[in-house]
Design a protein. Structure first.
Length: 398
């Protein structure tokens, strides 16, 4: 089925934009590997930059923060961060990178929402930037918060060392669906401009000029509205409205080819959801095709909760399949792969119970997953597009 765009816009040139960023997490618990001495490592963000170079963020009982590998995961180097933890990584290359994180009070045992003595710093959501491969970081955006609505920085995107976008939660009192701000910097974070304010669910920029944003319950409850920009977010045009629930993710393989993934929460439990919908455009948003429900392809993995899609090319993409917090699933969960742009999927049970994905290219992929039988999880790697996977050793990070 073809869905007509609401406001046709001329497409930009079809220059590919490689996806090197980690996928948003699925609605499962964060991965918690149990290391050799019983110390838990909880992964919050991963990014595979090249076949050999990658970064992971998370925490242990002694504090991990950020770690880098330059040899495909054989060894790891810890990197300091000016935050309690990181929630997103966007390295452009081995030198320039962006990250989102959180910094709590500088006084122990005082929560974000509690009154504190004068001079005590508030809790903050942070956007950070590095120019030396993560050895040092500069805070380029800080959003004070009382923590009532969770961490303020919800998503970041970056296309180079100067141009980036951040979605931050509006700190004003709100009900169940709270609005957010979309801000852009074009000078490395020295200044930020607000581009949108609304129920922003997710964003995806394929280049410095072409991007998409999905807004939930806009203009009416149960409707996802996708808007497209061809000038970096200065102006936006509505290109799709789908009455299929709420936006789960946006991704793009080129400036012309992009996907929207939605789910209907009315058909979800703590262990799984039934109604998802995947849409694709190949002309920047002029028209969209409905590709059906990827949940229909999860039988081999016994169902679960799907994360956001991550595409390494117009044909090849991935979906994480987690088991959720309900405990009702008897299967292992797993990972879904498509080679036809999202029309059909194949589900594999290794890695199990995945929650985070990152692709360097169509062959080289990372996935973090948790095995509920052994109560351990790990970082898995493939160099052959998922034909074989093996587990990386993270024991040195305990």
């Amino acid at each position: 089925m073809m869905l007509a765009a609401c406001t046709p816009q001329a497409g930009a040139s079809p220059t590919p934009s490689a996806s090197k960023v980690s996928a948003p997490t699925s609605p499962t618990a964060e991965a918690t590997p149990i290391l050799g001495d019983g110390v838990a490592l909880s992964l919050s963000a991963i990014q595979r930059l090249t076949q050999n170079v990658g970064y992971i963020a998370g925490w242990t009982g002694t504090g991990l923060g950020l770690a880098k590998t330059s040899d495909g995961g054989a060894t790891w180097q810890r990197l300091p961060i000016p935050a309690d933890h990181l929630t997103a990584l966007r390295f452009i290359d081995e030198h320039v990178g962006w990250a989102a994180g959180f910094l709590g009070r500088n006084v122990a045992q005082i929560a974000c929402s509690q009154a504190a003595a004068p001079g005590t710093q508030p809790c903050k959501g942070l956007v950070l930037r590095t120019q030396d491969g993560g050895k040092t970081w500069q805070t380029v955006l800080a959003i004070p918060t009382d923590g009532v609505y969770g961490e303020p920085i919800r998503q970041i995107q970056a296309v180079d060392g100067e141009r980036a976008w951040a979605v931050s939660l509006d700190q004003s009192p709100c009900q169940s669906l709270c609005p957010s701000f979309l801000q852009r910097t074009t000078d490395g974070g020295r200044s930020w401009t607000t581009q949108l304010h609304g129920e922003i669910a997710t964003i995806r920029f394929a280049s410095a000029t072409r991007g998409w944003v999905a807004l939930d319950d806009t203009p009416t409850p149960g409707t996802v509205e996708v808007r497209e920009t061809s000038d970096g977010g200065t102006t936006w045009h509505t290109v799709l409205r789908a009455t299929t629930g709420q936006a789960q993710g946006l991704d793009a393989a080129t400036i012309s080819t992009a996907w929207l993934f939605t789910r209907d929460g009315a058909y979800c439990s703590s262990s799984g959801c039934q109604k998802y919908a995947l849409f694709r455009t190949d002309n920047g948003g002029l028209t969209w095709s409905s590709l059906g429900n990827p949940q229909d392809f999860t039988a081999n993995c016994s169902g679960g909760l799907l994360g956001a899609p991550l595409f390494a090319s117009p044909g090849r993409g991935w979906l994480a399949l987690g088991l959720g917090a309900g405990g009702a699933n008897v299967g292992p969960g797993g990972i879904l792969k498509t080679d036809d742009g999202g029309r059909t999927w194949r589900c594999a049970t290794t890695p199990p119970n995945t929650s985070l994905l990152s692709v360097a290219d169509p062959l080289d992929v990372w996935a973090s997953g948790e095995d509920r039988v052994t109560q351990s999880s790990a970082l898995y790697t493939t160099e052959d597009a998922g034909t074989t996977w093996h587990r990386l050793d993270l024991s040195s990070l305990r």
